[in-house]
Design a protein around this ligand. Sequence first.
Ligand SMILES: Cc1ncc(COP(=O)(O)O)c(C=O)c1O
Length: 431
Amino acid sequence: MEKREKILGQRHAYLYPTKVPYYREPIHLVKAKGSYVWDDQGNKYLDVIGGIVSISVGHNHPRIKEKMKQMVESDAIQHTTYLYLSEYMADFAEKISEVAPGSLDKVYMTNSGSEANEMAVMTARTSTGNQMVISLRHGYHGGTNVPLSLCGHGTWKFDSQPQTAVAHANAPYCYRCPWGKERESCNLECADDVQDVIDTATSGKIAAFICEPILGVGGFIDAPVGYHKKVYDIVKKAGGLYISDEVQTGAGRTGKNFFAIDDSGVEPDIISMAKGIGNGAPVGAVVTKTEHANALKGKLHFNTFGGDPYQAMQAAEVIDIIKDEKLIENADKMGSYLKEGFAALQRDFPLIGDIRGRGLLMGLELVKDPKTKEPAVEETAKLMETAKEQNILIGKGGLLGNVVRLAPSLAITQEECDELLKGLRKAFENL
Ligand SMILES: Cc1ncc(COP(=O)(O)O)c(C=O)c1O
């Protein structure tokens, strides 16, 4: 207990106050394996949020551990940069271009999703010569300058934050459709809104449209079928590039393709990624078409740690593990299994207003009343606690924080899914 108190004191004394921990009694995690993590008291938890959607192939995967061990024991180069040759960096870039859709084959490695999105937008602006970027309300793209401009959540924006050449379209948020439509009556008004924003808030020419195939921080909002295709055509007409932010949805999480935008049959111009691609290692990347990467030719652009040996090795290994262990197929199978389980929970707990997501990226939007859809904000915060009492670590999101976010390891087993469903049922009962 003493250590925990010390860490809390240190956080209070030395960390920015923006770093707010989960839980009334924050947990000190010290150990992890597969789908599980342990705290300093020896309590074992089923980890269904994996950092924040960062654990893809499972905590401390034996293949990654082995490679790290080999590197340490052979005194492999611990740090090098783009200025020298590195097999780790080159392998990672090649593997990304192999799993990327269509002709996306030029990679820029970063240390985070925010940095990847900075690079994605800079690439689009340089390649098109246009400045304006359209992003979505309820979208989240990171905490640095450009991503905060792209951000569609007031909670993450600062009064002094400059909004640089960004306009926001309405989110494809079917459960709370801004046009009051139901799935059956939907005419993709949300896609038309992108055109409306281009017509009213830009010169008619844009650099890019950026969106997450499923809006993560926004509460796992999954656009209606046909949305991405329709928006793609609108974006192309305005001279823009289509950026798919796959920081949460990439690395096979949606259970169909390596990148979720492929599920919609759209070939984007740029994909940004991080989180699951490194299975928790601080690595991100952008992949784009040669013509867009070439637009930056003649200038230098450098980052010290992008593609660092240990990070690049881990990311390359993650790609291989996902293939070898058929984790995309598992995400699909376990995702469907869990969805059925959540539907059974919903029948017993009307607090669950909406179940959404794909593969192993699933959200439960909690509402006080399924008719009024009043967001159940306090109940969601309480559910985090009652789930923790059942040794289940879940996440939350949504503009108001009333969406339970579930994104376990892609290697989760059926037994672990049963454990999750059983624990969640108890957690709802104990609310
Ligand atoms: C969709 C999306 N893009 C970008 C980011 C930013 O990534 P990072 O926190 O690694 O900078 C996040 C982080 O949550 C995210 O969810």
